[in-house]
Design a protein around this ligand. Structure first.
Ligand code: ADP
Ligand code: MN
Ligand code: MN
Ligand code: MN
Length: 333
């Protein structure tokens, strides 16, 4: 008897890394072994030294195949077992460990756009749908496109044991969001990558592709972000710590912008519920700010903040690590 382990890893595509996976058929009862792949086909190695190593870091039930089959998220290593240059997870795991005494939590809102026939799902050929207004959290056959796929994806995330905490239709027709968390920084990022893989995989069955392009359609159409909600144990008790975190993020703005996803200047224009990428500000309830403090957090004098800057196509390992290091680094004695 056998079972199948789908090994999933992050490639070296530029400027935005993408997911890859392949199947290992294993004897029933066998442990998940280290494996390898051809790095010269993923922009991760020259052909003369093409072997890269897959180090399993998280195994979950495979909701696509069911049974004993599993999905295996991996880190990419060199053959000397050191992290590959494209491996951003290792540093994220180290930061998570380093600041674990402050109990950082991340919740990511992953926005994405569904595509079919080269245009966003539901859009008319060669033209535009009615202007934005009714699509966000909409209902009805003329407003909402792709719900069957979204439901199948949510079910798959739950069956895989991921901490998916909600979904909604977004402001642009054909755009959606799912939320993962709150979880510790590296686990949140692991689960966002796995949830992205499930989204693409389930899209195959529906003949619909998902893109994380931060601004799929120019003009008066919302872009796609990955708002990152963050708290420490102290912030969850004390509003002054929430303000201190918002101030700390402002001191490191440029570094965060550089690492929040390719094409961020196309999305953070100052329009469409964004702050311009060249400036930093924060505010209560303000969806035009870089960082928003939810109104309940101000009212209850404790909670979390929302970093609205990350692009949909960000690397969540970079985003969760940077927020943790910037806020916890400033908070540490
Ligand atoms: P929005 O109003 O911005 O659309 P959502 O409901 O989509 O907000 O997302 C809120 C996110 O905040 C969720 O991912 C949730 O897990 C996360 N979250 C809630 N409480 C905390 C907390 N204390 N620390 C970090 N993240 C949190
Ligand atoms: Mn949201
Ligand atoms: Mn959203
Ligand atoms: Mn949000």
């Amino acid at each position: 008897m056998t079972y199948r382990a789908e090994y999933i890893w992050i490639d070296g595509s530029e400027p935005t890394k993408f997911l890859r996976s392949k199947t290992n058929v294993l004897p029933t009862g066998a442990e998940i072994p280290i494996w390898g792949f051809d790095g010269s086909s993923t922009n991760q190695a020259p052909g003369s030294e093409s072997d890269c190593v897959l180090q399993p870091v998280m195994t979950v039930p495979d909701p696509i195949r069911g049974g004993d089959n599993v999905l295996v998220l991996c880190e990419v290593l060199l053959t000397d077992m050191s992290p590959h240059a494209t491996n951003t997870r290792r540093a994220c795991a180290e930061a998570t460990e380093h600041y674990s005494h402050l109990e950082p939590w991340l919740g990511i809102e992953q926005e994405y756009t569904l595509y079919k026939d080269g245009r966003p799902l539901g859009w008319p050929p060669g033209g535009y749908p009615a202007p934005q207004g009714g699509y966000y959290c909409g209902i009805g056959d003329d407003e909402v496109f792709g719900r069957d796929l979204v439901e199948a994806h949510t079910t798959a995330c739950i069956e895989a044991g991921l901490a998916i905490s909600g979904t909604n239709a977004e402001v642009m027709m054909g755009q959606w969001e799912f939320q993962i968390g709150p979880l510790d920084p590296v686990t949140c990022a692991d689960q966002v990558w796995l949830a992205r893989w499930l989204l693409y995989r389930i899209g195959e069955d529906f003949g619909i592709s998902a893109t994380l392009d931060p601004k799929p359609i120019q003009g008066d159409w919302n872009g796609a972000g990955a708002h990152a909600n963050f708290s420490t144990a102290q912030m969850r008790e004390d509003y002054d710590a929430v303000i201190a975190a918002a101030e700390a993020l402002g001191k490191n703005h440029d570094y965060h912008i550089e690492n929040y996803g390719a094409g961020i200047e196309r999305r953070l224009t100052g329009l469409h519920e964004t702050a311009p990428w060249t400036e930093y500000n924060y505010g209560v309830s303000d969806r035009g700010a870089s960082v928003r403090i939810p109104w309940q957090v101000e009212k209850e004098r404790r909670g979390y903040l929302e970093d609205r800057r990350p692009n949909a196509n960000c690397d969540p390992y970079l985003v969760t690590r940077l927020i943790t290091e910037t806020v916890c680094g400033a908070a540490s004695p």
